[in-house]
Design a protein around this ligand. Sequence first.
Ligand code: PAF
Length: 317
Amino acid sequence: MRFGIVGTGALGLLFGAGLAAAGEEVHFWTRTAWQAELLLREGISWGRGGHADQRVHLPGSLFSASPLEENAISEVQPPDWIFLTVKQRDLTEELLQLIANMQDEHTGVVCFQNGYGHMERVEKAMRYGSPYAALTTEGAKRQDGRAVVRSLTGETRLGQVGSRPQPGMNKNAENLTAVLVKAGFPAFLSNDIVKEIYRKLLINAAINPLTALWRIPNGELLMDSERLELMNELIDEALIIYDEYELPYDSDVKEQIMDVCRTTAGNISSMLSDVLQGKATEIDYINGYLVEMARTAGIQALRHEVVWKLVKGLASG
Ligand code: PAF
């Protein structure tokens, strides 16, 4: 199967390296010429931990790479799947146009971003079909331009979002999950991906801003009654918005979120990681998105509004 990986951060490198190591045809589209050259020259170092014996070296001869530019796109065959692994904030109109130019009528696009607001924009830009959302609990941390550590083997759920089916795409998506499994990434097709996206939004809206503000790993949210109380309040406030929009959620969703804190106890959330690296966070697309939903429905979401502003203030500082 042929893959185009757009975005060579932690998830892009992890999935791309795993797929290339399993014999799939992978092209990495990088932001800079420097990173494409580095990947081709030195290959990718990936695996479980920091020790040499836990790491796998994937030579640059087993994949291709180039900077994402208009004139490079015609030189690479259209892939079966484009994995869009950039952050939501990097999904500019220019990037979406380049993605559209990579597609032929058989190419599927898989979006790995947190949040929901971007799916419609991606669909609008695509030449053919509707995008797939990928919800993954894989834990990955990029060490440098060519090295990624897989801290947690998670699961990846895929499902199409939108209303423009492509002929043969369901079969292709089944094949995709089989290829991912063969490459060591547990993957499933979901028949209720929208519910799952909103479940993930709730998880991110409760865990990410608090871990980023308090600079603690996910598990420490459960270690203190004030932290727990505020997390519960964020969840309750989000559920009022969900009820207003008649969005489905499980009755034990709070317990599920506590479970995520337990199973990822030692991990730092993606938002804390962005804050620690001085990068812009995804707060606009998570708590900011909930606040916009609340405003549109004419209800208040004061706690989400406060954490949104606090985290935004951190990033600009
Ligand atoms: O964004 C993240 O970091 C993750 O989605 C999650 C589940 C909160 C775990 O860290």
